[in-house]
Write a protein that binds this ligand. Sequence first.
Ligand code: NAD
Length: 328
Amino acid sequence: MAVPITFDQPPNTANLQGRSVLVTGAASGIGLACATKIAESGAYVTISDLQEQAGHELVHDLSSKGYKVQFVVCDVTSYQAQVEMFQKAVEFGNGKIDIVIPSAGIVAEKNLFDMVPEEAPTLHSPSPPEPGFSGANVNLHAVYNTCYLAMHYFRLRRDGADTFKPNIVFVASLAGYVGFPSSSTYSLSKFGIRGLFYGIRDRASRSVPPVRINLVAPWYVDTAMTRKPEFVQSEAGFLLQVMGCAPMERVVDAVVRFSAEESLHGRVAGIFPHVNEDLGDDIVGGYGGIVLQKHMTIVTKEVVKFMAEAEMRGDFLSVFSQYNLLRI
Ligand SMILES: NC(=O)c1ccc[n+]([C@@H]2O[C@H](COP(=O)([O-])OP(=O)(O)OC[C@H]3O[C@@H](n4cnc5c(N)ncnc54)[C@H](O)[C@@H]3O)[C@@H](O)[C@H]2O)c1
């Protein structure tokens, strides 16, 4: 088994100097925090997002600090827009692309059970409207395309003396390991990223040039996504109330570590509520099972304690009705 990654020392970012880096969904949240940290390390960073104004403001702000950044507006659900995004990133990064971080993501559709019409069907009632799939279009299909384009552009001619392995850091989620009851497309898309990761990681190290692929699986983090009222009021919001968020710095630490450290390939960092840990997500590590079980047991214990305390205080019903948890 590979030696577990340790997170007690900050990552060595020396390798990022002068690298050409593309971060999608980088006008906000995790993408923004990672892009900023990588720009601070001296890389050429292409910040891409569909939020045009926020993207331009951000780049203006970072450029005024001397960082090498550009903004490219891109809706990642358009393949053609992604092609243009990559071409601009390559141009900005002196003819190459070294690191790709697909962070664009949304929570869109709800749980399928919450989307079926309230009224039960009869034999003659009209069929229900299509449920929608936009969560998976952004979080999975678009990431698949980003990954494909990365493989393509990683093969641009590189300086022969430069042995740095181009790499992808997937921003998945713990929802790709334990399910996410508040959105079926979120859950399936994050499991899908994990499937994509498993499917390409062995081939990646044998490709020319060799490519490194790693994945971060964060617990909830305080971003625009988790601040939305519909998120706060969902079952996910309940877990947030009990456990709190994992700090952004730990997500950035893992993403930057994977981007920069040449020894890391095929690995997963679990960003748990209280700590980062190597998920051991391979055949020897039981595909993350043992580490995941340890941390989810902690979550379960804290949730049970929270519920018992609410019951003793007599506000069980008022606390749980707001998260739709009483229907279970
Ligand atoms: N916040 C969390 O708790 C959490 C936990 C685990 C994983 N994640 C993942 O982290 C990633 C970033 O999420 P975040 O929490 O920073 O949310 P966020 O909303 O702050 O950032 C997401 C960014 O993606 C952009 N985006 C959305 N759709 C897009 C599209 N079609 N094309 C281009 N850009 C698009 C948004 O404009 C936004 O700037 C997502 O993939 C999310 O699933 C988040």
